[in-house]
Structures are given as C-alpha cells and as structure tokens.
Design a protein around this ligand. Sequence first.
Ligand code: F6P
Length: 369
Amino acid sequence: MKKMRIGVLTGGGDCAGLNPALKWVVKTAMDERLEWKRGTRYEVLGIRDGWKGLVNVDMTSPHTHGSLVPLDPDVVRTWDRYGGTFLGTSRLSPYDPKNDQSKKVIENIERLGLEAVVVIGGDGTLAIATRLSKEGVNVVGIPKTIDKDLPETDYTLGFETALNVITEEVDRLRTTAGSHKRIFVVETMGRTAGWLALEGGESCGAFIILIPECDFSMDRVNELVMKGKRAGTRYEIIVVAEGAKPVGGTEFVKKEGVDSFGHKALGGVGEFVAHEIERGTKLETRSVVLSHLQRGGAPCAYDRRMGRYFGIAAVDLVVKRNFGKMVCVKNGKINFCPLEDIYGRLNLVDVNTQYDAEHYNGRRTILNG
Ligand code: F6P
C-alpha cells in the first residue's frame, strides 16, 4: 500500500475549535476502515507553533525534535474537549519582508516528505498558505478565528465559543451593574470586523452595540443612554468592538506598529466610550475588556462539531489531491473554495442589511428588508 505523510499546523491567535479540528484531521487521515478504499496509508505529523515549526526543524531526527510531533488516533482521542491548541501557535510569518524565511519552509516541507500540509488558521496564516500553494506546496486550509472575518465561509472555528463567553460574562456583569445602577461598557475583540460585538451584543441583549463598520457619534450614544434612563432603566450594557471608532477619529491601539502578519494591536475604545458617557451624562460608567477570555475555555458543542466536519473535509480534499483550497460552510453545507478567493479580503458586517445604524444595535426587522 502507498504511504503518504501529511503535516498539520495551527497558526495565528488560538481559539476554541482548533483541537477538535486537529483530532478529526488525524482520525480521518488514519482511519483504517478507509485505507483500502483509498489505497493509501496516511501518517500525520503535527507541526508545533504554526509556521515557526517549519522554519527551524532538526532534520536529523524528525520524530523527536521539539517542533514536530507524530500524531495518531490514540494521541488525539480526547483533544476535542479542550480549548486552545495542543500543537501551539505563533504569529511568525515566513514571508515577513524584514526576514523572509519562505524558502526554508518549502525546503523543510520537502525534506520532511510532507505530501500535503493542512493549515488551520485565520487571514494571516491562510494568506501564507495561499502564497506557498502558488509556489507549488500542497496545502489545504481550515478557517478559524473568533473574528469571523474570513470571506467565502459562513463560519470560522472559535466564533461561537467566543459568543458564549461574551454572553456569560455580560450575564455576570448585569447583576453588579443593576445593584449599583451603573452603565457598563464591554469591549470585545474582532479586529476590523464587528461580528463578535454585534452577535455577542445580540446574544446578551446589549442596549447599544458599536462596530468598526459604522463610526459612532458620542453625542448619539449619550442621547440613547439618556433616553433609556428616562424610560426607567436602572443600568445599561454597551458592547463595543475593539476596532470601533468615533466619527472623524481613528482606531484605538494598545501599541504602535504591526505584527509580522501586518496586524495592529487594537484596544482602548471601551475605556474611551465609558469616560465620554460619564462626562456627557453624569451617569456612573465603568468599562470591562473581555480580551483573551473570548479565546479561552472549552469549545462549545458547535465548535466541536464544526471542527469535526472541517477536519474530515480537509482530509477529503487531501485524499482527492484537491490542493490550494479552504474548507468552508455555506448555507449549512460543508464545501470548499480556492484559497486565492480569500486572499487579501475580509468578511465585514454589511451596515445596510445587518445593523441598525440609527440605534447602534442589531436590526429590528429581518424579513422586511
Ligand atoms: O484575530 C484574533 C484576535 O483575538 C483579535 O480579535 C485580536 O485583536 C487579536 O487576535 C489579539 O491578538 P494577540 O493574541 O496577539 O493579543
């Protein structure tokens, strides 16, 4: 029987759903029941720390070196119950213009005898996969990111678990906010996409939701807060995406510069909004940054299931030698698309159809346009 070795890695920010996907890549690739039909026996090599693990590999002993870990169904048996990634991750880009290490990665893939690499990542990691694919490397992508900003797919692993975190944390905040009659501004992640704030805010019933796709006016925010107060509310929950900004202003950043994927470190808008509400309304206002809590914890049922489906579909593509693709879900159906179709594009909230820009909230009509 033919033997084939495939590699699998997780890159970029971790999130829930990565370990379920890893488990199902391994279980599907090494499923003995499918071996005869395929005429191929697959071996799966886990690559540690994203692309970093393919930059520096000790070729003398690929099975014992720290950047590689041989996987099999026994090793991954319980992985789908856990958050994060057991393979580790990094934001190292082999195409970093300041230090291009892409040749090393290609050489190492060849020297390790990897006939294909399954890449589980967000926009940065999959952009690298796309470029490698153009250089002849056999890659298949699996979409993950709590930001849900990848195009050509209705879902990215980690998003639903992050929404659950937002909902649970806001439930907790409500009891203290109500007791003290305070306004709470909750800052979510999401980079330049408003999905986490919007759908998180909708899930937890936020009074106001501010997203990057629609610049906000502080006067309008304060007007809405005062309207709520006059209507008798004791406290309010305001959800703001880290990438949201006031009209005429710029994004709030925690530090200057970008990482090797070209991403800014966003943060601080929650504190700004809280300060401006207190200044404008004289109502006591506090802010909370949910930060990496949104990426933590065990995967919810949906992420376990989607990790499973994406993992299986990715191996289906490898078996068919249908490379240069990303698995995706569209209208409830698992499918795939060319990696090139997602390169350099982002899936953002459509303010006209998915947001109420007058009340800074989710839309109030769904079927009527
Ligand atoms: O892309 C996922 C994400 O969690 C963003 O929402 C956030 O801006 C960023 O990663 C944070 O990155 P880091 O873990 O490097 O602080």
